[in-house]
Design a protein around this ligand. Structure first.
Ligand SMILES: [Zn+2]
Length: 491
């Protein structure tokens, strides 16, 4: 499809529904393990299977996690919140209903999240609700004629975060695939910072189901929307929405009508296709869950949770910018809380964030990437990077040698001082020693030397290179330059 969305005269309106599995140890209403995986149906009990006579008990930590997330997303917190039963029959739901929060008493309401658009402006996306429910089981289609169901996931606490479809004044909505991807990236980062979700889209612990409609640009009316499923990476959120927006524009342009339906993103063929089965319009017959009491929050309790909120990625990024880092550098350093923590510790130890940021952004991230490792398993401690940079500052080693030393630190976790000492790689700053090499190089490269004497300043670079080579890269470059110029009477 060749429609250029930006030039089409249409605009898209995208609503985001995100489900995040919470990082509690046990499930929402029983003490079964909420961990991902395990042999099928080994992490279930009468409560999560909904056997007669079993009674749910709400997981307090899950409730607190959702409160924390709702606060971080700038929501108002409802002082009283209820659970409902959402009734429907499907094999992934052994009880025949899901315990969820319906209606106007979810835990959080009327929040917002800030994202950056393609042109760098900031949009404040309205969030309608943040609520708590339980996850369903997982269907495994083992062959065309057979399906199996694994209830290990059934009852895992699940947080749902829904954007405002028609935002209040002062708030924005998501209009492009780019913004939708930004939104999910921002949201994921916040959840990771809060430690309430592991954010693994490929394992399904963070799932995103956008709905999208198109309308003539500038119109206030909404078009018919479709819902997208099976988007399990940032890339597929972007590609899936791009495809679906184009498809809807093409449909309308060719005189067709967009049908209200749920569509599945086909990763392999990069198309969306209508989904069959469960996704038809449902009558859920909600009613209050009779086995669970309403949750009431005391003011002091909420205050406590608010005080415990960590610094969030956006705040931290802005603080890093105030420390003198560029916007892009600050964004990379805060993309992961653990990296931001590591950087800050090293910067504090060293006393100046700039050189430390450069090392983290270039060498450290490159080596981690190469090794396919996270910062958590990094052998280099922040204080060790600080002492490495100090060795450059006091002239013990050159910046070039420092890179090699850092690689060894990364491999072994040894102190830079030890490595430098053991390898004899200290920088040569002894003038006499360097001068003898300088003279030797000049004698061996008479033509170049003559050029420099004759005013061809640039040629001096070649001679510097030769001296560095002779000394195994250990000569202090500043001294080499100085001595060469003196010997050749240049500059
Ligand atoms: Zn259970």
């Amino acid at each position: 499809m060749a429609v250029d969305i930006a030039e089409s005269g249409f605009e898209a309106v995208i609503g985001m529904e995100v489900h995040a599995e919470l990082l509690t140890r046990s499930k929402m209403f029983c003490s079964c393990s909420a961990e991902f995986g395990g042999e099928p149906n080994t992490r279930c009990c009468p409560v999560c299977l909904g056997l007669p006579g079993s009674l749910p008990v709400a997981n307090r930590q899950a409730v607190e996690f959702v409160v924390r997330a709702a606060m971080a997303l700038n929501c108002e917190i409802n002082r009283e919140t209820f659970f409902h039963r959402k009734n429907y029959f499907y094999p992934d739901l052994p009880k025949g209903y899901q315990i969820s929060q319906y209606g106007d008493t979810p835990i959080g309401v009327r929040g917002w999240i800030e994202i950056e658009t393609e042109d760098g402006t900031v949009k404040r996306i309205g969030i309608r609700r943040v609520h708590l429910e339980e996850d369903t089981g997982k269907l495994l289609h083992s062959s065309p004629s057979e399906s199996e169901v694994d209830y290990n996931r059934s009852g895992v606490p699940l947080m749902e975060i829904v954007t405002e479809h028609d935002p209040r004044p002062g708030f924005d909505q998501i209009n492009t695939a780019y913004e939708a991807r930004e939104y999910i990236m921002q949201l994921r980062q916040i959840l990771l910072y809060l430690g309430v979700c592991d954010g693994k889209m490929e394992e399904g612990s963070l799932r995103c189901e956008p709905n999208v409609s198109v309308r003539p640009a500038g119109s206030r009316e909404y078009g018919t929307r479709t819902e997208l499923k099976n988007l399990n990476s940032f890339r597929s959120v972007y590609r899936g929405l791009e495809y679906e927006i184009r498809r809807q524009i093409e449909t309308i342009r060719s005189g067709g009508v967009v049908v209200h339906e749920t569509r599945r993103w086909d990763e392999e063929n990069e198309v969306t296709a209508p989904m069959r089965g469960k996704e038809l319009e449902q009558e859920y017959r909600y009613f209050p869950e009779p086995d669970l009491l309403p949750f009431r929050f005391e003011e002091a309790q909420l205050e406590q949770l608010r005080r415990e909120l960590p610094e969030l990625p956006l705040q931290r990024r802005r603080r890093f910018e105030e420390m003198g880092l560029s916007r892009a550098d600050a964004a990379t350093l805060t993309s992961e809380k653990a990296i931001a923590d590591w950087f800050e510790e090293a910067a504090r130890d060293y006393g100046d964030p700039k050189p430390i940021a450069n090392w983290v952004l270039s060498e450290l991230l490159r080596l981690l990437n190469q090794a396919g490792e996270g910062i958590q398993s990094c052998k280099v401690r922040p204080a060790q990077l600080a002492s490495l940079v100090r060795l450059i500052d006091d002239g013990t080693i050159s910046g070039k040698i420092a890179k090699g030393v850092f690689e060894e630190m990364f491999r072994t976790g040894r102190d830079p001082g030890q490595i430098v000492e053991a390898s004899g790689q200290t920088q040569i700053s002894d003038e006499e020693a360097i001068l003898s090499v300088v003279r030797k190089v000049i004698a061996g490269n008479e033509r170049v030397a003559a050029d420099v004497r004759g005013g061809k300043e640039k040629s001096i670079g070649f001679l510097v290179g030769q001296v560095m080579k002779e000394t195994g890269g250990r000569a202090n470059p500043r001294l080499v330059n100085e001595l060469l110029r003196r010997e050749l009477g240049a500059g």
